[in-house]
Design a protein around this ligand. Sequence first.
Ligand code: GTP
Ligand code: MG
Length: 375
Amino acid sequence: MSWWSDGDEPDDDGEWSQYDESSVRVRPNPKANRPRTKQRPAYENAETGVVWTVDRGRYGVLMDVGTADEREITTARARELGKKSVVTGDRVDVVGDTSGAEGSLARIVRVQERTTLLRRSADDSDAVERVIVANADQMLIVVAAADPEPRPRLVDRYMVAAFDAGVEPILCITKTDLADPAPFAAHFAPLDLRIVTTTSTSFDPDADGAPSPVLDELRGLLDGHVTVTVGHSGVGKSTLVNALTGATREVGVVNAVTGRGRHTSSSTVSFAVPSGGWIVDTPGVRSFGLGHVDPENILRSFARHALPAVDPVPGEIPLAEAHDWEIVDRVEAGELGDVGRERLRSLQTLLASKGGVSGRDQAALDDDGRGDEQP
Ligand SMILES: Nc1nc2c(ncn2[C@@H]2O[C@H](COP(=O)(O)OP(=O)(O)OP(=O)(O)O)[C@@H](O)[C@H]2O)c(=O)[nH]1
Ligand SMILES: [Mg+2]
């Protein structure tokens, strides 16, 4: 008997986020004339596991995490999940053969409530979201000091997405052997943002075999957390994950001419950090759209993470009053320096790209109408 004979046909849903189960090809139904029951079994005996990877309709689930019985099993989604997405980091209830034996396939029957959900959209005007990871509580924003060139406004975007998802951002600047990270770090130095820098030798043990201080620092930051890496292709996300966890994710070379990575990692995979915590390696993306984010949340996010020394506290700035925000006067008075000026401009650009402010508000927010870099 084949494994889908109970009606749970596997989904070929590498693009699961846009997946609509009702639109898939229809198989001839051998039980055609029998009415389908709306009553679903409660699956009281289901076991709970954590999705650590998603690959073309198959979900790798870790069962009995942290016990002697910890094992990886392969699962497919059960039909009763409907359109509900299952993503890396999800806690799921599983039935069927959960032994993890070769060739076994269990079924995910429920997705437990998520504590956080990190999402992006294709572009700012597109509200269709792509879910990246569930239940992460930290975001490691990885940028390279060079190759590829770092972009401050992409970091701003990540900070907004992190704020919107309820995830704490940390900035990691890699490849400091190739360029001085100070000019880039200066964009964020006055902010409430932890910054870590690494070089190509950061992960080599010293002459006595002791781990480097940077590795220790990162491990300390990850301990007790689920941390999702984000960043352009080629910035060194998988390199970091491998060094921290002993994983063997493939790493790619950066094109010497374009300075672009080759999109080496194509899946989102979660790894346990032996010293504590979990880190999620993600594929590099070219853009990080915020079409799904409420413009008021963009404001709050800047007040919380992206602008220096902001008052009033986040959550108290109605969008309609953004043009009256005291930060605008303070920036104009030069009080918050170049960093404040650049961050405010970045905020204005984001709000404008969302079409989230009226022309009047935007005119009031605009200070010099300068061209904007692409993220
Ligand atoms: N010089 C230098 N190269 C580094 C450093 N960290 C990573 N690299 C190199 O950068 C290249 C890309 O690294 P990856 O780890 O594959 O980058 P990634 O962010 O995972 O890229 P995608 O999977 O494509 O998103 C590899 O050739 C790494 O060896 C560093 O600190 N210094
Ligand atoms: Mg990678």
